[in-house]
Design a protein around this ligand. Structure first.
Ligand code: NAD
Length: 494
């Protein structure tokens, strides 16, 4: 059985805890590897190595740091296909989806290459007589990233690119369900010239996470995963004095108004709901259809869904792969199977496919969902598109704003005025106007509102730079006998 171990000081280091997790091939349902799960002592050892590497890395000139990131970008670019095979093997996503994830991740690497410009401070000459004031940003020290199974390459890149370019040393705790992508990326960073200890990968489960959350030498924690764990990570990390950004789950609504191009809206909803088997935090999971077009829209959705080709990522014609695990597949199936009993209309039931050995489901479509039904109230995270009928724009907006999550949303309309009002009123962090998955480009920042984010800094982009640095303001005066005198009053500028 293949064994996946930790990455410390630019080398693979075998785990010593005696605990391992199973890594499956979701397309066959078979275990294909085991991954070491770190003990507290192993976490402490990695933190010590990261701490030892920090002073020299922090002192490394920014242009040298940027040079390493440029090389990393070139290596990632040259190795896209190989990295994508790990995603297909362990996560199950089809190659086009895996390559898309890698492309969006590389954009974060490219952003971080601009670190000399991103770290610039301000300077005010002659704030007072002979006194200058300037601001600088400095790295935090050892920082940690804890990532989910659904983007094993992109989400780590959201975090580590800015973290290490700002001068921090970084410990990645990837999902134990698909750990190989992080090891592949670690080796590319080594090849690019990143010094020992600056980027480490520690595999593990709750035991490793809990240690990272309390260890005094961890300065910040970046987390992406489900809402209950995000809340726990935020509360525990901040209680222990750490800076924390914790991104949680989602329920993303797409509001379709009567004036929308319904074919365009149906294409967008189907792509955004079933891409990556719905295992995306920005997947559209609820279409809010205004009554007058609801029947027509559902017909268009229902005619598209059966054309989606479901299969293993090794089949070049497959458009949608399996789910991550047997348990998750069964949980998703239970939402579909329970929906009719709750009063919803199951238009297309994809659970037949659950008989396969791999963790597959076919896409499902559920109409007439309402708040109070499990398939609406909970994040399904699978290939299930639900439709709620609303009377008006106002009811659609209220439904979105009443929902506990606030990650992404979209409006489909031809009316610019209504779209602008929607963008103004909606209580959601990322908004699409005729765009179904509005993941911000790397020079903006990614993050939801409400139960989709705990903390106040979004991930990557400018807020990522803020998150991984601390501001310092220097007020300076050089010796000048003309301005020197004893004065016990509070310093003023005039
Ligand atoms: P998860 O919360 O189960 O796991 C995320 C990470 O937390 C993993 O590294 C895991 O090892 C660790 N973890 C799990 N249970 C833990 C516990 N009890 N204590 C401490 N650590 C624990 O999430 P997942 O199933 O890997 O990912 C899917 C979820 O992530 C979905 O809810 C999805 O919406 C969310 N997600 C959100 C975003 C976003 O940007 N908001 C992006 C991707 C995924």
């Amino acid at each position: 059985m293949q064994r996946i171990s930790h990455w410390v000081n630019n080398k693979v280091v075998a785990g010593t805890s005696g605990r391992t997790g199973k890594v499956f091939n979701p397309a066959t349902g078979e275990q294909q590897a085991e991954v070491d799960l770190a003990s507290v002592a192993e976490v402490d050892a990695v933190i010590a190595k990261s701490k030892a590497a920090f002073p020299e890395w922090r002192a490394t000139g920014m242009s040298r740091r940027a040079e390493i990131m440029f090389r990393t970008r070139e290596l990632l670019d040259a190795n896209r296909k190989e990295l994508a095979t790990y995603l297909t093997l362990e996560h199950g996503k089809v190659p086009s989806d895996a390559l898309g994830e890698i492309a969006r991740g590389i954009e974060n690497i490219e952003f971080a290459c601009g670190i000399p410009a991103l770290m610039k401070g301000g300077y005010s000459e002659q704030a007072s007589g002979g006194v200058d004031v300037y601001s600088i940003r400095q790295p935090l020290g050892v920082v940690a990233g804890i990532t989910p199974f659904n983007f094993p390459a992109m989400v780590p890149m959201w975090m580590f690119a800015n973290a290490i370019m700002c001068g921090n040393t970084f410990i990645l705790k990837p999902s134990e369900k698909d750990p190989s992508a992080s090891m592949f990326i670690a080796d590319l960073l080594r090849q690019a010239g990143l010094p020992d200890g600056v980027f480490n990968v520690l595999h593990g489960d709750k035991e490793a996470v809990d240690r990272l959350l309390v260890h005094p030498d961890i300065q910040s924690v970046s987390f992406v995963g489900s809402t209950p764990i995000a809340k726990y990570v935020y509360e525990t990390g901040t209680k222990n004095g750490k800076r924390v950004q914790a991104l949680g789950g989602a329920k993303n609504h797409m509001l379709v108004l009567p004036d929308a191009d319904l074919d365009m809206a149906a294409d967008a909803a189907v792509s955004a709901a079933y891409g990556s088997a719905g295992e995306r935090c920005m997947a559209v999971s609820v279409v809010l259809a205004v009554d007058s077009i609801a029947d027509a829209l559902i017909e268009k959705l229902a005619s598209r869904v059966p054309n989606i080709k479901v299969g293993p990522g090794t089949d070049p014609s497959a458009e949608m792969g399996p789910l991550i695990s047997r348990e998750h597949r069964d949980k998703v199936a239970s939402y579909i199977n329970n929906a009719a009993g709750e009063g919803a209309t199951v238009v297309i039931n994809g659970t037949d496919k659950a008989k396969d050995a791999g963790f597959f489901l076919n896409p499902s479509l559920i109409d007439n969902v309402k708040p109070g039904m499990k398939c609406y109230d909970e994040e399904i995270f699978g290939p299930v598109l639900t439709v709620m009928r609303v009377k008006s724009y106002a009811e659609g907006l209220k439904t979105i704003n009443d929902n506990e999550f606030g990650n992404g949303t979209a409006i489909f309309t031809r009316d610019g005025g209504v779209a602008r009002q929607f963008q103004y009123d909606v209580q959601v962090g990322m908004v699409g106007i005729n765009v179904p998955i509005p993941v911000p480009v790397s020079y903006y920042s990614f993050g939801g509102w409400k139960a989709s984010l705990f903390g106040d800094q979004h991930m990557y982009g400018p807020e990522g730079i803020n998150f991984f640095t601390r501001g310092k303001v220097v007020t300076s005066r050089w010796p000048d006998p003309r301005t020197s005198a004893v004065d016990l009053g509070f310093p003023t500028n005039r």
